[in-house]
Write a protein that binds this ligand. Structure first.
Ligand SMILES: [Zn+2]
Length: 108
């Protein structure tokens, strides 16, 4: 009989959650730095500047949303198809809300 006798330890809640939070905090710091750099840069191209600013602010919102999902335990699950987002993708884009397939589908 090879039932799960070895699995007596309680499963860790979210093994990667500490690392995830660290990653998200890092991404947020990076975005804030970019935002400040943008403001201090004195770009003459206001159109470009405002586009970049909007993009960074969007990223910051995504990061905050991701941190909230870490808290409520839904982090790492695609918001559209509800399948787990691959770890490699989360490493590159820790604040993503969709798996590659759904992202492609929702991308404009
Ligand atoms: Zn999906």
């Amino acid at each position: 009989m090879s039932l799960d006798a070895s699995r007596t330890e309680p499963r860790p809640e979210r093994p990667a959650s500490h690392e995830t939070r660290r990653r998200l905090e890092h991404a947020r710091t990076t975005s804030l730095t970019q935002l400040h750099a943008l403001a201090a840069d004195g770009h003459t191209d206001e159109q470009l500047m405002s586009t970049q600013k909007t993009a960074i602010e969007q990223t910051l919102q995504d990061i905050d949303a991701a941190l909230a999902r870490v808290k409520d335990g839904t982090y790492g699950t695609c918001r559209s198809c509800h399948t787990p987002v691959p770890e490699e993708r989360l490493e590159i884009l820790p604040y993503t809300q969709y798996c590659v397939t759904c992202r492609r589908r929702t991308a404009t």
